[in-house]
Design a protein. Structure first.
Length: 292
C-alpha cells in the first residue's frame, strides 16, 4: 500500500471527567521527525506517544497536539485550613463579647474568609490517564493513516500512468533508432560520391565507418534497462512497506539511462522523444517526494 507523507487525523473523547483531544498532521521529510505539544502535566506521556506514532509512520515530519480539559471536579480536592478557621471564629467570638453583639457565626460565614477553603489538584493516576490518552491517540492515528493511504493511492495512479507513457516513449525511440545506421551509411555514401566523383569508393572503409557509428550510438542496453526499471517500479508500488527511498533511487536510474540515450543519439526526432521522456521522469520524481 502506497502512503503519502502528508496527512491529518483528529479524535476526541470524554473519559473519566476529562475532555481529551488528539490531533496529528504531517508534511514531507527525508526521515521520521516527531514533535508534540502537550499540557505540562502530561510531559510524562511524550515518549509513549512518540512510540505510538512511530509504529505507524516511518517517514515524514509529524506534529502531535494533545489537549485535556477537566469537565468535572474529579481532579480537584477541597481542604479546610482548620487553624485559620478557628482563629477567625475566636476573633468573632471576642468581638461579640466585647461589643455586646449577637454571635451569629455560621459555617457559611467562615468559609467566605480568605484561605479558609483551598483547592488543590488531586494526585494524577498516571496509568489511567495514559490509557485514556492512548485510546484517543490510536483513533487519531487511524484517521491520520487512512488519509495518508487515500492520498497515496492518488499518487500511485498518477505514477503508474506516467510509467505507461515512459514505456510508449521508449518503444518509439527503439523504433526510430532501428534504421539510423542504414540512414547514416546512405548519407555517408552520398557524401563520398559527391566528393570523389567517378573515383571508386572503398566499400570496406564505408562498412567500418558504419560499424563505428553503430557502436557509438547503440542504445539497446539503455532501452532494455529502462523497460526493466519500469517493470521494477511497478513491483515496488505493490509492496506493503515504505517504498519512497527505493523509488527515489530507481528514478535516478531512469534519469541516468535517458541522459545516456540523449547523449548518444543526435537524431532530431529521437532528441524530442528524450526530452518528453525526461519530462515524465521529472514529474514522477516530484510525485514520489510525497511517498513514504
Amino acid at each position: 500500500m502506497v502512503l503519502s507523507m502528508t496527512g491529518y487525523g483528529r479524535a476526541g473523547a470524554l473519559l473519566h471527567g476529562r475532555d481529551i483531544k488528539v490531533e496529528l498532521r504531517s508534511v514531507n521529510a527525508r526521515f521520521f521527525e516527531y514533535s508534540s505539544r502537550l499540557p505540562r502535566s502530561c510531559a510524562f506521556l511524550e515518549d509513549k506517544l512518540k512510540k505510538l506514532v512511530a509504529a505507524k509512520v516511518s517517514r515524514g515530519k509529524v506534529e502531535l497536539n494533545l489537549s485535556i480539559q477537566t469537565v468535572t471536579a474529579a481532579d480537584t480536592v477541597v481542604s479546610v485550613n482548620w487553624q485559620l478557621a478557628q482563629g477567625y471564629r475566636a476573633a468573632l467570638n471576642a468581638m461579640s463579647e466585647r461589643m455586646d453583639l449577637k454571635n451569629d457565626v455560621t459555617v457559611g460565614m467562615l468559609a467566605r474568609f480568605p484561605d479558609v477553603l483551598t483547592q488543590t489538584a488531586a494526585p494524577t493516576n498516571e496509568e489511567e490517564l495514559w490509557q485514556d490518552v492512548q485510546s484517543v491517540a490510536q483513533q487519531a492515528i487511524e484517521a491520520f493513516v487512512a488519509m495518508r493511504a487515500t492520498e497515496g493511492e492518488k499518487l500511485k495512479e498518477d505514477v503508474e500512468g506516467r510509467l505507461t507513457t515512459i514505456e510508449e516513449l521508449v518503444a518509439q525511440i527503439e523504433k526510430d533508432s532501428a534504421g539510423r545506421v542504414q540512414a547514416y551509411s546512405d548519407k555517408l555514401y552520398a557524401r563520398l560520391q559527391e566528393l570523389l566523383g567517378d573515383r571508386n569508393i572503398d566499400e570496406a572503409r564505408l562498412v567500418t565507418e558504419a560499424a563505428i557509428f553503430a557502436d557509438k550510438t547503440a542504445i539497446d542496453e539503455e532501452t532494455v534497462r529502462l523497460h526493466s526499471h519500469v517493470a521494477q517500479y511497478r513491483e515496488i508500488l505493490e509492496l506493503n512497506e515504505p517504498i519512497g527511498r527505493k523509488l527515489d533511487f530507481l528514478t535516478q536510474e531512469l534519469n541516468r539511462e535517458s541522459n545516456t540515450i540523449g547523449s548518444k543519439c543526435q537524431d532530431v526526432a529521437i532528441t524530442r522523444l528524450v526530452v518528453e521522456l525526461k519530462s515524465e521522469i521529472e514529474k514522477i520524481r516530484e510525485q514520489i517526494q510525497n511517498i513514504e
